[in-house]
Ligand binder design. Structure first.
Ligand SMILES: NC(=O)c1ccc[n+]([C@@H]2O[C@H](COP(=O)([O-])OP(=O)(O)OC[C@H]3O[C@@H](n4cnc5c(N)ncnc54)[C@H](OP(=O)(O)O)[C@@H]3O)[C@@H](O)[C@H]2O)c1
Length: 349
């Protein structure tokens, strides 16, 4: 009986969706429906994992006295709590933020706030990424941890000033470029016993995703859900592929990707949960709890030999089949280099 009711509800919802979108080609309607359903599934799976694994979310911060961390974003959301943790671990933390005043306020409210530095960074502009990296390298020639944290989710179709789809640019391509520019400093700081780390903050939302190799900016048809999934999948695949490139050359830098959990932040402003703050408070992690998996990825010693790993709730997470395909990983790496005008064999050099 329950099965009949569920089938009837889904069929009715699909029929209404089709009616509202009937001006679109059927293949686009079906693809949007598939993403909508799969994304709900990935979100529900993520929430269940957060509840079941709540006991795993613990970390003892090391004393990383005067080691250098760079983080994108961090003036709000999960990033702020990552910054707080790094400062507590006595690190020098450099934030890449759009508004450097916001970082000053943060410094006043945090233990070891005098160790917090901020430089201007807008991930919608490759020029800004380049200037940010130059400013950081001028003062800090060695970097121990890079956390590619800043991100956006959903919203209308928009191209950046460089002509890239906004979510792909902010979440993946700019971080890919920043990693390239800062890798020499990460290599200088890393040792065999204690390699430097690149931490890509991705999402369980990568799961329904694929990379639109033939239309990376999704000009033919824009589905904002598919674009977010693509960008988060790209971050995960990049961590795997760049890690393998570095391991092949015995470079003392490890790359990881991490899903922080489903966390109550402004990220949801363009989603259905944007209008349901009470539901977010009730069911989602706090930013402080969301930061724990990221800090674990930055500091845990047991994962040193597990570079490339995708982490969720301080353990290996479930990643989709597409992300594990080395041909796809290489194709994405080559495409990203190509879009940025970097020769693939000069990445990170
Ligand atoms: N919240 C979740 O449930 C969840 C789940 C999975 C993954 N994540 C990932 O976690 C990361 C942090 O998200 P959050 O939940 O903390 O979101 P948030 O509260 O909305 O914070 C987003 C951060 O990204 C920065 N940012 C956005 N666009 C930028 C740009 N163009 N240039 C520079 N910085 C920019 C923001 O800086 P401004 O203050 O300048 O806007 C802010 O610091 C994201 O990568 C997100 O995809 C979050």
């Amino acid at each position: 009986m329950a099965l009949y009711i569920a089938t009837a509800v889904i069929t009715a919802a699909a029929a209404i969706y089709w009616y509202v979108n009937r001006h679109k080609p059927m293949k686009h309607i079906l693809s949007e429906l598939r993403y909508a359903l799969d994304m709900q599934g990935a979100g529900a799976g993520g929430l269940i994992d957060d509840w079941v694994s709540v006991w795993r979310n613990k970390i003892t911060l090391p004393d990383a006295n005067n080691k250098i961390a760079v983080i994108t974003g961090g003036a709000r959301g999960i990033g702020s709590e990552v910054v707080r943790g790094m400062l507590k671990a006595n690190m020098i933390v450099i934030m890449g933020v759009r508004n450097t005043e916001s970082a000053k306020k943060l410094a006043n409210s945090m233990q070891n706030g005098d160790k917090l530095h901020a430089f201007q960074l807008d991930l919608q502009s490759l020029n800004s990424v380049k200037h940010f990296a130059e400013n950081v390298l001028k003062e800090f020639p060695q970097i121990h941890i890079l956390v590619n944290n800043a991100g956006i989710m959903f919203g209308d179709y928009k191209l950046t000033e460089d002509g890239f789809e906004n979510q792909f640019a902010v979440n993946h391509l700019s971080h890919f470029y920043l990693t390239h520019l800062l890798l020499p400093a990460l290599k200088r700081a890393g040792t065999v016993e204690e390699p430097s780390r690149v931490v890509n903050v991705t999402s369980c939302a990568h799961y329904p995703g694929k990379i639109y190799f033939d239309d990376i900016n999704m000009k033919e048809h824009y589905d904002t859900t598919a674009a977010y999934a693509q960008s988060k999948l790209a971050q995960l695949m990049t961590a795997r592929y760049v890690n393998s490139l570095l391991e092949d050359k015995d470079v003392p830098v490890k790359c990881y990707s991490v899903h922080p959990g489903i966390v109550d932040t402004d990220l949801f402003e363009h989603s259905n949960f944007g209008k349901l703050p009470w539901a977010r408070r009730l069911f989602f992690k706090t930013p402080e709890k969301g930061a724990i998996s990221i800090l674990f990825t930055c500091f845990d010693r047991h994962i040193i030999k597990k570079g490339g790993m995708y982490i969720s709730n301080c353990k290996e997470g479930f990643s989709n089949r597409f992300s594990k395909n080395e041909t796809h990983q290489k194709a994405l790496f080559d495409l990203s280099c190509n879009l940025l005008g970097i020769e693939a064999n000069k990445y990170g050099k």
